[in-house]
Design a binder for this molecule. Structure first.
Ligand code: HEC
Length: 111
């Protein structure tokens, strides 16, 4: 029977950790990932609104105009849509919408 080489075992563990850690870090904020894949096309990665989004009438998430609206009001816009804003009640779970709203609240002027 072959003896287990501790050193090569340690090398395998080290490589496995290097491969696993970055993906674990990326998964730390799932709402950010969700925002970037589903919302950033119109709202921009920083919430200010992409060229397309602004043309459709999206407002800057960093503005008081948006941040002054209640959680319930913004939640309803995400779930039911408004004018050119698509409705997400069918494609996102309620807790995903809540998490996205918290992410939108993190956009403040100067960020
Ligand atoms: C096709 C472009 C588009 C996409 C994709 C999109 N939105 Fe919007 N969104 C809009 C537009 C346009 C408005 C403005 C609606 C209005 O007031 O007429 C809006 C409005 C909003 C508002 C209210 C504040 C504001 O800008 O008036 C919130 C909150 C919002 N969107 C969240 C989201 C979230 C969260 C996602 C991703 C799940 C998303 N949107 C995806 C176009 C988009």
């Amino acid at each position: 029977m072959k003896k287990i080489n501790i050193r090569s075992f340690a090398v395998v563990i080290a490589i496995a950790m290097v491969l696993v850690l970055p993906s674990a870090a990326a998964a730390q904020n799932p709402s950010e990932t969700l925002y970037k894949t589903k919302c950033a096309a119109c709202h921009g990665p920083d919430g200010s609104g992409s060229a397309v989004g602004k043309k459709l009438g999206a407002h800057d998430f960093r503005s008081a105009e948006v941040q002054a609206q209640s959680d319930a009001a913004l939640n309803a816009i995400i779930a039911q849509g408004k004018n050119k804003m698509p409705a997400y009640a069918k494609t996102l779970k309620a807790d995903e919408i809540t998490a996205l709203l918290a992410y939108i609240r993190s956009f403040t002027p100067g960020k």
